[in-house]
Design a protein around this ligand. Structure first.
Ligand code: WTA
Length: 660
């Protein structure tokens, strides 16, 4: 039996969500963003971006806003010169805000430190002098492999200050992952710590660096911050941060670099092949990071306390902890540890302690909070929160509603922000105070950004239709390529819709009846059931909309009759009850999906599992679940955050208990 999918859509649109939440009059009146912003950008896009670039201090003004003649390699603010670190630090001291706290740092064991802009300026200057003393300067590559300690931020800004490129490697990655990244961009220096706190205990970190450096001859020096006081082996390349940096002068004159001077490389894994070193440059990147942070989060630098829970090992930590927020003179919380150390209310305790007003996190964490139960946030005073954000995956409508009710007090606007390591900054998001939000939708390209949903031929789909998300205009913070591999850059992003000149993001998406955009997951994960192209996101959202389910992952497994059959893995909510995993309950879940989105999407099989396989940044690895669903040996698990998860899932499957 085959049915043709509707109207040539590359992806079916099955789930309808009709709730909307208009902004309150009070919020709208005080919002940084006003409706005219959209008009202004539409009237003259380049003039609009030039105005946003004026948010920054330029030592030399640009003479051309955009040069796209070398497409797909863009140049923004051509001829302009600036220092990125000066823009994030010094200018705030010079404007009289040296005593403002830049960073409220909270260590996992409960130690804390408040760092003012004046102090940040001294720390970054000392670190910059230290880099210069080691001969590190413009265009050298520096690997930063650190937990969330203040020195990690000092190190990133010090690199920016002297024009060196940082390559931050997440502290949870293995020695081998670190080595390949160091090698790919031939880093001369590594900055690390002796150890890191993880779930209440100090764990060594430097041994991984020793192992990586042994196989990476480009590395000349390793700077080590003392964090856990763990005993470490020492080589003649090693130098303590407190010995090298603390003895430097705290005065440093920043040099202005070209707008297109490289700022950093950040490796993303993708689904196959070796990690891609995504390259970002200075002026355009900082302009868009600063612009989006100001309008999407409605930042008021004098009164807000902002907290982005990402790790600096991910792009979110780069753009929305370091560059965007600091360029906007933020006061922000930076937290070192895990959300359940020492207890599951740790985040809410921190929100209460610092009076956090803007909170930006990932759906994976929101669903974890759902699993832990609403009674936990209820114990804390969260009334300071006025804007909530989400990033990293589609947020299921039910998780969105849970977030709004239990964290946002039923009133804080939620901004669902779609973007990628490659885009450098937020691209699609509602503007709080302007747009009526919809649970589960990232809604509209920001003013100045062009995005569309198109079919296989690259033609925009109708409202109500699904397809591929493309970006049809160059944007200031776009990647400037993949380090050392121009061919791969063109192939990966520009070949699918090369004729039309669209950047293909790799994500499925749909328009609703109003033309708002809903993200539907990676197109590699799309399931084909009896000729219907069904997105994983819609079926997962239908499952999470059932009161017993906290989190769900679905995959297509080969099926003799239908081509693929839908197999679902679900995690139950705290307090779901003992019967929630029984045969009756599973049947009810399958029926629930059929009712929500139609019989075609009814899972063939549902398994209750204690955990789901996720990458270290929290994205579900459906590839591994497909292996389980098709009874194959589970493939490469090296990018899994916790490799024992697959054993748990397979064990549950074999016992047969979890099957429908
Ligand atoms: C997904 C993270 C739906 C998407 C900033 C994208 C999202 C990939 C959203 C990039 C969102 C990110 N809604 N999906 N709001 N935000 N994604 O490079 O598949 O770690 O292509 O950047 O995450 O992930 P990356």
């Amino acid at each position: 039996m085959t049915q043709s999918p509707g109207q040539g859509n590359a992806l079916d649109n099955l789930l309808t969500e009709s709730r909307t939440f208009p902004p309150s009059d009070e919020f709208a009146a005080q919002a940084n963003a006003q409706p005219a912003l959209y008009e202004e950008a539409k009237a003259d896009r380049e003039a609009f971006w030039a105005k946003q670039a004026e948010r920054l201090h330029w030592d030399t003004k640009w003479d051309q806003v955009l040069d796209w003649s070398g497409a797909p390699f863009a140049k923004w603010f051509v001829g302009g010169k600036l220092n990125v670190a000066y823009n994030c630090v010094d200018r705030h001291v010079e404007s009289g805000h040296g005593d403002q706290v830049a960073i409220h740092w909270e260590g996992e064991p409960g130690d804390s430190r408040a760092i003012t802009y004046a102090e940040l300026q001294r720390e970054v200057s000392k670190a910059a002098n230290a880099l210069t003393s080691l001969g590190i300067g413009a265009e050298d590559r520096v690997a930063i492999y650190m937990p969330m300690v203040p020195e990690a931020i000092f190190a990133m800004l010090a690199c920016a200050r002297v024009g060196a490129m940082h390559s931050v490697v997440f502290g949870g990655f293995s020695a081998e992952a670190l080595r390949t990244r160091i090698e790919d961009s031939a880093c001369r220096l590594v900055i690390t710590t002796d150890g890191q706190y993880r779930r209440g205990n100090p764990a060594p970190l430097k041994p991984a660096v020793d192992e990586a450096v042994a196989g990476a001859p480009s590395v000349e020096k390793v700077i080590v911050v003392k964090r856990t006081d763990t005993e470490v082996a020492w080589t003649d390349k090693d130098v303590w941060w407190h010995e090298l940096v603390d003895s430097q002068s705290d005065q440093h004159t920043p040099e202005a670099f070209d707008s297109e001077h490289p700022l950093f490389i950040l490796y993303t894994s993708g689904t196959t092949g070796k990690p891609k070193g995504i390259l970002h440059t200075s002026g355009g990147y900082l302009t868009q990071a600063s612009y989006t942070h100001n309008y999407v989060f409605d930042l008021k630098p004098d009164t807000d306390v902002y907290w982005c829970t990402a790790d600096i090992g991910w792009v979110t930590g780069h753009s929305y902890i370091v560059y965007g927020p600091l360029s906007n003179r933020v006061t922000q919380v930076v937290y070192e540890g895990t959300p359940n150390t020492p207890h599951e209310g740790r985040h809410w305790e921190i929100v209460q302690k610092y009076g956090v007003s803007i909170y930006y996190t990932a759906p994976t964490l929101i669903r974890t909070f759902m699993k832990w139960g609403a009674d936990i946030p209820a114990k804390y005073d969260l009334s300071s929160l006025r804007v909530l954000g989400s990033v990293g995956e589609p947020i299921n409508p039910e998780a969105w509603i849970w977030y709004r009710e239990n964290v946002g007090g039923g009133k804080a606007p939620i901004v669902d922000t779609w973007w990628q390591t490659e885009t450098g900054a937020i691209m699609i998001s509602p503007l709080p105070g302007v747009v009526s939000t919809k649970p589960g939708s990232a809604q509209r390209p920001l003013p100045g950004i062009g995005a569309k949903v198109v079919n296989d031929e690259g033609v925009e789909v109708e409202h109500g239709g699904g397809g591929y998300l493309v970006l049809d205009e160059p944007w200031p913070s776009m990647l400037r390529g993949i380090w050392g591999d121009e061919e791969r850059y063109r192939d990966t992003y520009w070949s699918r819709f090369g004729e039309q000149g669209f950047y293909f993001a790799g994500d499925g998406a749909k328009y609703d009846a109003d033309g708002d955009i809903w993200l539907l997951g990676r197109v590699d994960d799309v399931m084909n059931v009896s000729g219907h192209r069904i997105s994983t996101t819609e079926v997962e959202s239908a499952l999470v909309s059932h009161p017993t389910v906290a989190e769900a992952a679905v995959v297509g497994a080969s099926d003799d009759t239908t081509g693929q059959g839908i197999v679902a893995f679900v995690i139950l909510r705290g307090g779901a009850g003992a019967d929630a995993g029984g045969a009756e309950a599973i049947k009810a879940l399958r029926d629930h999906v059929a009712k929500e989105i139609g019989p075609i999407a009814k899972p063939r099989q549902i398994m209750v599992v204690p955990e789901l396989p996720k990458t270290r940044s929290g994205k579900i690895m459906r590839r591994l679940l497909r292996d389980v669903a098709e009874n194959r040996t589970v493939g490469d698990v090296t990018t899994l955050a916790d490799s024992s998860v697959m054993d748990l899932i397979s064990a549950g499957l074999q016992s047969g208990k979890a099957e429908d």
